[in-house]
Ligand binder design. Structure first.
Ligand SMILES: *[C@@H]1O[C@H](CO)[C@@H](O)[C@H](O)[C@H]1NC(C)=O
Ligand SMILES: *[C@@H]1O[C@H](CO)[C@@H](O)[C@H](O)[C@H]1NC(C)=O
Ligand SMILES: *[C@@H]1O[C@H](CO)[C@@H](O)[C@H](O)[C@H]1NC(C)=O
Ligand SMILES: *[C@@H]1O[C@H](CO)[C@@H](O)[C@H](O)[C@H]1NC(C)=O
Ligand SMILES: *[C@@H]1O[C@H](CO)[C@@H](O)[C@H](O)[C@H]1NC(C)=O
Ligand SMILES: *[C@@H]1O[C@H](CO)[C@@H](O)[C@H](O)[C@H]1NC(C)=O
Ligand SMILES: *[C@@H]1O[C@H](CO)[C@@H](O)[C@H](O)[C@H]1NC(C)=O
Ligand SMILES: *[C@@H]1O[C@H](CO)[C@@H](O)[C@H](O)[C@H]1NC(C)=O
Ligand SMILES: *[C@@H]1O[C@H](CO)[C@@H](O)[C@H](O)[C@H]1NC(C)=O
Ligand SMILES: *[C@@H]1O[C@H](CO)[C@@H](O)[C@H](O)[C@H]1NC(C)=O
Ligand SMILES: *[C@@H]1O[C@H](CO)[C@@H](O)[C@H](O)[C@H]1NC(C)=O
Length: 491
């Protein structure tokens, strides 16, 4: 059920190995390179024999654990056993405790070698690098008795699935600075199967915990590893600043893995998510900022977020979402060079009355939809509220959204923008769009209470709500029916 990178023909675009043959395509280049190599090696032989040999030896002896910090530890130094059975929580805690003392000296690195390192949740510390070797797997204990409870997130009120305390995350951090989680494609595996089953059977009394959750922190890099099978969301940066997520693989089953979102930036600013593959049981990415009255009171937006060079898949929800919890506001988001394939929805904004705040300055650029049911969606009646205490008159403002270079094939409904009299969608721009459709030609560009423009010609033919401009930006035809409604969920 889990998709791997090799199963999509389009993924190969991101394989760096593919571009290497191109470099050598000309014999001239190859010849010149050989000469350079020869001369370099001669030079080094003459100056320092050992260094010269090192150049040739290095590929054979890639360091297992490259050094990123002045001090590094091996998890086995703390008594951990990678047999998949021993519970290593204490070893992780001791390691983090040792690193916590090194903060002023540049911090410390914790290396996890190949093996299956079972553990209950543990906390990270500042100035820490967690490095997962190839074939290193950190396995989450799947018995909830081992999972400590913590208070609900302030911007979500009493808790998301159940009132009261929630389970923490397998790997957790609060009020930290300078954290790196990286490796040579090692894995953090939440063993979510038991959690999903027990959730479905209503056997859990608390909200499930994410796989990795970093809160109230800054300067975070998460890269070069695989995350899979989270009990709940996979990677949840909450109220964080300066977060980079790069070159990741995030996997969960496409069905029956409830709420296994890939990455959920939540009240975060200055974030980059790039060069990654995400195939999960809910949204691949969902930008959030709190829930209704609690999110409004917390008042921390998600902003300045760049998402690019991704391949994503979601059969239950969408590739890239904004919302539905967005009550702290969401602004200045760029989503570019993203392929959404074999999915239910591609890019979706979801909100409702009661959520308040705004979603604005959102730029989508160079998106490819391959075999998705609905491409572009804005939904303003996504009514899922924490309790009855929300303000029905808290209408979110949705505006300044552009879709540029949108292509694809096998799409049933390319556009469905469903604004309302209370929540109209304003200032939307479409430019350079050609999406091959699988359905009847009519009513596949659906609009309701939408104002904005189309620049140049696009396919399919836009709804009548939008003004038409030519390629040079000259108004051709002004819309007289921005509030016309032509939404059909049956297609
Ligand atoms: C990393 O591991 C995942 C899961 O096994 C795999 O799908 C992916 O291709 C690997 N990535 C790289 C860069 O080798
Ligand atoms: C870490 O510990 C394991 C097991 O003792 C050992 O095989 C490995 O070589 C150690 N790695 C480093 C870098 O010390
Ligand atoms: C991690 O730290 C938080 C905040 O201090 C605390 O509530 C939680 O219990 C800690 N988790 C573990 C597993 O120690
Ligand atoms: C991505 O991560 C893998 C290991 O997971 C590494 O081999 C590869 O070089 C990384 N690619 C880039 C461009 O950083
Ligand atoms: C949930 O609560 C019920 C009733 O108090 C209790 O019997 C059950 O053991 C609890 N389950 C868990 C997983 O804590
Ligand atoms: C963001 O975090 C990275 C990684 O820790 C750090 O190198 C960089 O200086 C930070 N940028 C800012 C503006 O703080
Ligand atoms: C990912 O791995 C590649 C190849 O080893 C390395 O060049 C790169 O710096 C790593 N990225 C990060 C952000 O650690
Ligand atoms: C918008 O976000 C980008 C990062 O994607 C950032 O470089 C830019 O400065 C932000 N713009 C504003 C006005 O803050
Ligand atoms: C558009 O995105 C695709 C990945 O979906 C990428 O291969 C292509 O290079 C991008 N095009 C441009 C012009 O950036
Ligand atoms: C409409 O949105 C675009 C971005 O898509 C922005 O540049 C422009 O200023 C907005 N126009 C108005 C009138 O707000
Ligand atoms: C369309 O609806 C919006 C929001 O209800 C309203 O502000 C606007 O005046 C309406 N436009 C027209 C042309 O009726």
């Amino acid at each position: 059920m889990v998709e791997t990178l090799t199963s999509s023909p389009s993924i190969s675009r991101f394989n760096p190995r593919r571009s290497i043959p191109a470099l050598f395509s000309s014999y001239k280049t190859l010849f010149a390179l050989l000469w350079i190599l020869l001369f370099t090696s001669l030079f080094f032989r003459q100056t320092n024999l050992a260094d010269g040999l090192f150049i040739f030896r290095r590929p054979l002896h890639l360091p297992l654990f490259p050094r990123f910090r002045p001090v590094s530890f091996n998890i086995t130094d703390f008594g951990a056993v990678g047999d998949g059975v021993t519970v290593n929580t204490l070893a992780f805690e001791k390691a983090v405790f040792a690193i916590a003392k090194l903060g002023k000296k540049g911090g410390g690195q914790l290396n996890v070698p190949a093996g299956n390192w079972l553990t209950a949740p543990f906390n990270l510390t500042s100035h820490m690098t967690l490095f997962l070797a190839e074939d290193a797997v950190i396995l989450g204990v799947d018995d909830e008795k081992y999972w400590p409870l913590m208070p609900p997130l302030p911007s979500y009120g009493y808790g998301r699935e159940h009132p009261g305390p929630r389970y923490g995350s397998l790997i957790h951090g609060q009020n930290l600075r300078d954290i790196v989680i990286t490796g040579n494609n090692g894995t953090i595996d939440g063993q979510g199967q038991r959690w999903w089953e027990r959730y479905r059977q209503k056997l859990l009394n608390h909200t499930r915990g994410p796989l990795v959750q970093i809160m109230y922190s800054r300067d975070i890099v998460i890269s070069n590893i695989t995350l899979r099978n989270p009990p709940f969301w996979t990677l949840h940066p909450y109220d964080c600043k300066n977060v980079t997520i790069r070159n990741m693989t995030i996997l969960a089953p496409l069905f029956k893995a409830p709420n296994t979102d890939g990455i959920d930036p939540d009240s975060c600013e200055d974030m980059v998510i790039e060069d990654s593959y995400i195939s999960v049981g809910d949204d691949a990415i969902a930008i959030k900022s709190g829930w209704d009255q609690y999110g409004l009171a917390y008042g921390r937006p998600s902003k300045n977020i760049l998402i690019r060079n991704l391949v994503v898949r979601s059969m239950v929800s969408a590739g890239i979402s904004i919302g539905s919890e967005m009550s702290g506001g969401v602004s200045n988001v760029t989503v570019e060079n993203v392929l959404v394939w074999n999915s239910r929805r591609a890019v979706r904004i979801k909100t409702a009355a009661g959520r308040g705040a705004y979603i604005r300055d959102i730029k989508y650029k160079n998106l490819t939809f391959e075999n998705v049911r609905v491409g572009i969606i804005i939904k303003t009646d996504y009514n899922e509220h924490p309790d009855s205490g929300f303000d029905l008159k808290a209408f979110p403002v949705i505006r300044d959204i552009s879709y540029d270079s949108i292509h694809g094939e096998g799409v049933r409904v390319p556009v469905r923008i469903h604004g309302s009299a209370d929540i109209p969608v304003r200032n939307v721009t479409f430019k350079d769009m050609s999406v091959g459709t699988t359905y009847k030609k009519k009513r596949i560009f659906q609009c309701s209470y939408v104002s904005g423009r189309v620049v140049g010609s696009i396919f399919p033919k836009p709804c009548q709500n939008l003004d038409l401009y030519d390629e040079h930006g000259t108004l051709v035809k002004k819309s007289v029916s921005e509030n016309a409604s032509d939404i059909d969920y049956d297609i």
